[in-house]
Design a protein around this ligand. Structure first.
Ligand code: AMP
Length: 249
């Protein structure tokens, strides 16, 4: 079984985002970029399934600028077998990404497509669900456990107040939650090896997909600044202050 893993290049999760002065978006100039953390979990899960002998090939796919190659090389260094970059300088919305991934799946015929549950830049949490709809495939979102049994896959899902397990027929779409696994770091020899693994570069037009935007961003703003705190000497002073604020009886 082949596994397809879409990976997005996003602003690194350790970087504090700065909003552009004109409020049109986040300033990405000279900012460290990395693989979306949920996608690292997706790559890790796919590689583990390959190590268990369940998967035969892991293919990483990214849609984005030329530098998204680095993200794909990271996936290859972790253990993916080959990569596809659908290169564009345009920002591609989740529907456009899902349409492109649907075309890739038509060519690749993967048994599983494992995506992150959300990209930490746009926080959309839409692509996996849209892809499942476009391909008319079953989906197990927010997975904290994945078990492949023959042509079925059991997905334990993190839902409000508990866990839900669903059994899906493959091919299926899975989106990863934080607790699914802890992604490995690529070793230096594997980083070197990844340089010679195949990476195909395509364009959205190769797939006949129109990626023009459907959404307009009206404004982007930073959260309101928190006002400074006050240090208190002891519990009595704290209680007195809380009473004065009306938050303690
Ligand atoms: P989103 O719906 O934007 O929150 O993204 C959910 C997931 O879809 C991500 O974790 C990725 O697995 C995948 N994805 C979104 N955008 C891209 C992209 N440009 N290239 C590859 N995968 C993507």
């Amino acid at each position: 079984m082949k596994i397809l893993v879409p990976v997005k290049r996003v602003i690194d999760y350790n970087v504090k985002p700065r909003v552009k002065a004109d409020g049109t978006g986040v300033d990405l100039a000279n900012v460290k970029m990395s693989m979306n953390p949920f996608d690292e979990i997706a790559v890790e899960e796919a590689i583990r399934l390959k190590e268990k002998g369940v998967a035969t090939e892991v293919v990483a796919v990214s849609i984005g600028v030329a530098k998204a190659q680095e993200t794909l090389r990271t996936a290859l260094a972790m253990g993916a077998d080959r990569a596809i970059l659908i290169q564009t300088d345009d920002e591609v919305e989740p529907l456009g990404v899902a349409k492109l991934l649907a075309k890739v799946q038509e060519e690749e015929g993967a048994g599983l497509i494992i995506l992150g549950k959300q990209a930490i830049d746009d926080d959309s949490n839409q692509t996996g669900q849209m892809l499942a709809a476009l391909l008319n495939l079953p989906q197990g979102t927010f997975a904290s456990k994945v078990e492949v049994e023959g042509d079925k896959v059991s997905v334990t899902r993190e839902v409000d107040g508990g866990l839900e397990t669903v059994k899906l027929n493959t091919p299926a779409i899975i989106t990863t939650d934080l607790r699914l696994n802890e992604p490995r770091y690529a070793s230096l020899p594997n980083i070197m090896k990844a340089k010679s693994k195949p990476l195909a570069t395509k364009a959205p037009a190769d797939y006949g997909v129109d990626i023009s935007p459907r959404l307009e961003t009206l404004s982007v703003a930073e959260p309101a600044k928190r006002s400074a705190g006050v240090k208190v000497a002891d519990v009595d002073e704290l209680v007195a202050k809380l009473k004065a604020l009306g938050v303690a009886a």
